[in-house]
Design a protein around this ligand. Structure first.
Ligand code: NDP
Length: 293
């Protein structure tokens, strides 16, 4: 059957992926290193495979989602003969370089390789708002299997460079981790005065949301036009304010480790003559070759 799928790796994410495929009516074969994890999926109609080879040979489309690409490589290298002529979609988080290496290996063995980046947590799979980024040299293989992949989440093709999906994925997650650092520090700071996080949460959520809504497109405009002069808030005023944060953290018994790098970057920006520019300028100063030796 051309809509059959094999899913290798049934962790939190792999299980959600296999479950979505089953719900969409796909003939789904599953394999996991720890075989017991196939149980709940088998109860939903999945076929558990005894070996990786058996799983791979069950479908023209093989989806893999493990902890890391090293493990994907180790698991699949011996399976190259079984994978030949099939499409391998790797949804494991990794770097663009890892994706390109896997793509080169796959191409050498006649395997169509598509790398993917899942922009969702397992609970969001097959719900509106979830999407998966895809890239790879074989756009035809993607076109062939896109209807099946659409059962997992909205599909977004980002190009023929196999590393593109990982680059988009890491760029989006970079924004998220920055937010995680800020939110963690904010809860620590308000919590240091005994304010319950639950009470502060609505204020923080709305504030972060409002700031993001303005800052993300605003910075893009400045970066693409090269016009960083601001009427919002200058680097000089931010540089002057940041010590207040670091001092307050210290006075409240908190560490300053997450925010010291921001002070360093603001100081450098002002030193380099960008005091009147907005925060968008910071993005241009992050390149390694901009840092004085
Ligand atoms: P889990 O830790 O829940 O699952 C990891 C899976 O990898 C398990 O199936 C595990 O098998 C398998 N595995 C690990 N090492 C090996 C190995 N050497 N050989 C074979 N199988 C192995 O992780 P998740 O499912 O949460 O994440 C999987 C990938 O999805 C990661 O790259 C993650 O970054 C990405 N992802 C996850 C998201 C999430 O919110 N959870 C969101 C977006 C992406 P076993 O059961 O035997 O241990």
């Amino acid at each position: 059957k051309n809509n059959s799928v094999a899913v290798l790796g049934l962790g939190l994410m792999g299980t959600a992926l296999a479950s979505a495929l089953l719900k969409a009516g796909h003939d789904t074969t599953v394999w996991n290193r720890t075989a017991a994890k196939t149980g709940p999926l088998a109860a939903q109609g999945a076929r558990p495979a005894e070996t990786v080879t058996e799983a791979v040979e069950a479908a023209p489309l093989v989806i893999v989602c493990l902890t890391s690409n090293d493990r994907v490589r180790a698991l699949l290298e011996p399976e190259a003969p079984a994978l030949a002529g099939r499409t391998l979609v790797n949804l494991t988080n990794g770097t663009p370089g890892q994706a390109r290496e896997l793509a080169d290996w796959a191409t050498e063995h006649g395997i169509a390789y598509i790398d993917g980046g899942i922009m969702a947590v397992p609970q969001m799979i097959a719900t509106p708002g979830a999407y998966i980024l895809y890239s790879g040299t074989d756009e035809q293989a993607y076109a062939t299997h896109r209807p099946t992949l659409a059962a997992l989440a909205e599909t977004k093709w980002v190009g023929k460079d196999p590393g593109a999906a990982a680059l988009y994925d890491l760029s989006l997650l970079t924004g998220m981790y920055g937010m995680v650092m800020g939110v963690a520090q904010a809860y620590a700071l308000i919590g240091s005065a005994g304010v319950p996080a639950r009470e502060f949460a609505p204020l923080l959520k709305d504030w972060v949301h409002a700031m993001t809504a303005g800052l993300v497109p605003g910075m893009a405009e400045a970066l693409d036009s090269g016009r960083h002069l601001t009427d919002v808030s200058s680097l000089a005023v931010n540089q002057a304010a940041l010590p207040n944060f670091l001092d307050a953290f210290t006075q409240q018994g908190l560490s300053t480790e997450l925010f010291e790098p921001l002070q360093t970057l603001l100081d450098r920006a002002v030193d380099e003559g960008y005091a009147a520019d907005g925060l968008s300028r910071l993005a241009t100063l992050i390149k390694k070759d901009r840092i004085a030796a």
